[in-house]
Design a protein around this ligand. Structure first.
Ligand SMILES: [Zn+2]
Length: 325
């Protein structure tokens, strides 16, 4: 069974140690509108990411999923260059961000089926004329409520997932709406195991996290190092509670790191943000979090399972449930 990487088809059995949610490059909608920002320097950005990803390689990581949807400055050729230079397999995404923070104009005017066709084209044919095919579908919901636009994107994603055997990975705001996301994709006939509900670790809410796992979805503890959101100690305590609750097979870990920004990350500058979250980088889990979890009594074999077997089974499950058309 194969998955699309940015450098071509990759055997799912060769994924190896995998981080499920890291961003090579992001530009928020209209990032180019703030003329006070320094111009984006592609070469410098490239060497910075390549260096970071080579560091990952030293920790045995072989694959990184970059779930940047097409409306957040996605540049699949940039990602492919990083893969080539760093030796890390990279998987890029089709899909869309939230209504509030993405670019809803285009898909708002399209039907659910048309959006699904567009996602399928990026998976089967590739992004524009790059020949680079997407291996995952990104969806997103806002805080506390799923908008009609987001609901349509999620339903379209479920159809594209079913047609192509591609799994879905989500963004949530403030650890809300995971159940609504599961409802929508399973309502379209998908198995909950084809959805990784992202950013579930942003609130101290083990009940919420475990209730998603009980329904069969994957649960993202995918913002390690993002301590302005919540302390890593809370993330680790809740991750341990997931394992103690019998949900080892449903946990995915990552940092949601952003290795380059085009424009600014929002109200803080990139320098301020990095100074406030110095551990928010691609190797933090292996340098700091896993050793601490081991000290808390988590077996190394369980940590290996989280970064090796869980990603593999997630991609395999999606592939094997594809409706052959
Ligand atoms: Zn992200």
């Amino acid at each position: 069974m194969m998955v699309n990487s940015v450098l071509g088809p990759l055997a799912i059995s060769d994924l190896g140690k995998t981080l499920m949610h890291e961003h090579v490059l992001i530009g928020f909608p209209g990032w180019f509108m703030d003329a006070r920002q320094p111009p984006f320097k592609r070469k410098e950005a490239m060497s910075r990411v390549v260096e970071a990803f080579q560091g990952l390689h030293d920790y045995g990581v072989r694959t990184v999923v970059d779930p940047c949807p097409s409306d957040l400055g996605r540049d699949v050729e940039f990602i492919a260059e990083v893969s080539q230079a760093s030796g890390i397999n990279l998987i890029c995404a089709t899909g869309a961000y939230t209504e509030q923070m993405g670019i809803p104009f285009t898909y708002a005017a399209m039907s659910q089926d048309q959006i699904a066709e567009s996602f399928i084209a990026e998976i089967e044919r590739g992004v524009a004329d790059t020949g680079i095919r997407c291996g995952i579908i990104k969806v997103a919901t806002g805080e506390g409520k799923v908008s009609d636009y987001e609901r349509k994107i999620l339903a379209a994603a479920a159809r594209a997932a079913q047609a192509t055997g591609t799994p879905i990975l989500s963004h949530t705001e403030r650890s809300s709406c995971g159940h609504e996301q599961i409802d929508i994709v399973t309502g379209e006939g998908l198995d909950a195991a084809q959805l990784l509900v992202g950013h579930c670790c942003g609130a101290d809410n083990p009940g919420y996290q475990q209730s998603l796992a009980k329904r069969g979805a994957y649960v993202g503890f995918d913002r390690f190092g993002a301590v302005l959101e919540i302390a890593d100690e809370i993330r680790m305590r809740n991750l341990k509670a997931m394992l103690d609750g019998g949900h080892l097979e449903r946990v995915m870990v990552s940092h949601d790191s952003v290795n380059c920004w085009m424009g600014s990350p929002g109200s803080m500058s990139e320098a301020e943000l990095r100074a406030a979250m110095p551990s928010w980088n691609v190797t933090h889990i292996f340098e700091n979090i896993f050793p601490e979890l081991e000290a808390m009594g988590v077996a190394r074999a369980d940590l290996d399972r989280i970064v090796i077997d869980n990603p593999r089974q997630y991609f395999e499950a999606a592939k094997s449930s594809a409706r052959q058309v």
